[in-house]
Design a binder for this molecule. Sequence first.
Ligand SMILES: C[S@@+](CC[C@H](N)C(=O)[O-])C[C@H]1O[C@@H](n2cnc3c(N)ncnc32)[C@H](O)[C@@H]1O
Length: 357
Amino acid sequence: MEATAESALLPLPEEFLDFLRENGLDPSIYSATESVPRYIRVKPGNEACLQELEAEIKSKPLKVEWLPEFYSLPNDVQIANTSLYKQGQIYGIDAASGAAVSALNISAGDHVLDLCAAPGAKLCMILDFLGDSGSVTGVDVSQHRLAACRTLVQKYALGNRCRLFVADGTTFSLVPAKHHDCIDKACESTCEEKVDVFGEWTARRPWKERKRAARQRKLGSAMIGSVLVDAECTHDGSVRHIQKFEQWGWETLQQRVMNAERTDSLTLLQLKLLTNGFRLLKVGGSLVYSTCSLTVAQNEDIVERFLQENASAVLQEVDAAKSWPCRCGRIPKTLRFDPSTSQTSGLFVAKFTKLAL
Ligand SMILES: C[S@@+](CC[C@H](N)C(=O)[O-])C[C@H]1O[C@@H](n2cnc3c(N)ncnc32)[C@H](O)[C@@H]1O
């Protein structure tokens, strides 16, 4: 695959540039990678430890003024070997991902559903927001990715308010099929097989608390005030992800990102995940739909189709976004982060609430 003059500065194949043009995306996004820093989030209350980090990496973490607890580092700094990372005091998470979680406006005591939870950076942030009350239910269809999520939750000592399920988010119900009757046949087959594989995981909790949690589970979706649908997508907005194809081979990029059939089935999956997440949301609650794709097909088109099919859904303004370095999507109130506008990874964010009809 040969690079054209236009792509001379970009190590991108012509097919990918065509994909970007077809989706109205500016290829120069991918040349802004040098200016996109690496981001970390500090566990709440641990900001004093940053001096130690500075000494270790020999670079000063810079406060991200628009997002509490976030700091930027030069993009070539590796944090995996730092003692603060190993001790579970800092997280590696892009600022745009942090913004998607912030958009939910979670407060202590909320019950939150994370429908595509693994590997779990956003789920950990939600748990940190909740503090000592409320709960998070994390769901992911991939067993090995959810195992990584579980490891992360344990590392950051956040297990007490979290339960994780290997299940299909398009049919997941809060009360798993293993213990209760399923709502429909499709759910039955998917949930039973998947939930049995991994089961429900929680850290050890006192008996009283478990009893209360079981009561809350019975109340089911009436409790779910916030839902995050960070949907599976082509990841084309993640420049770091796209760069990895240089090693993996550009032909895999063709299969995973540009394959039209795969994209069609992905958009269907995205719509189903959004629809099911919304079904489980209580009236007046908030749902954030996000993807790390920048294509309209996986973002605004999904939002439009979803709004057409769900009369009780309305788009909401993300108030905090007034001070965020992002731009509006094609639909008012939706948000787009990208490397050149935001100096973050690419991310689309739409926030909905549910009306009582
Ligand atoms: C963009 S990633 C989520 C990242 C995660 N929110 C985080 O912050 O680490 C999308 C996830 O969706 C999961 N997924 C794909 N299809 C799914 C489905 N039908 N139900 C639930 N999860 C699914 C994938 O396994 C993947 O882990």
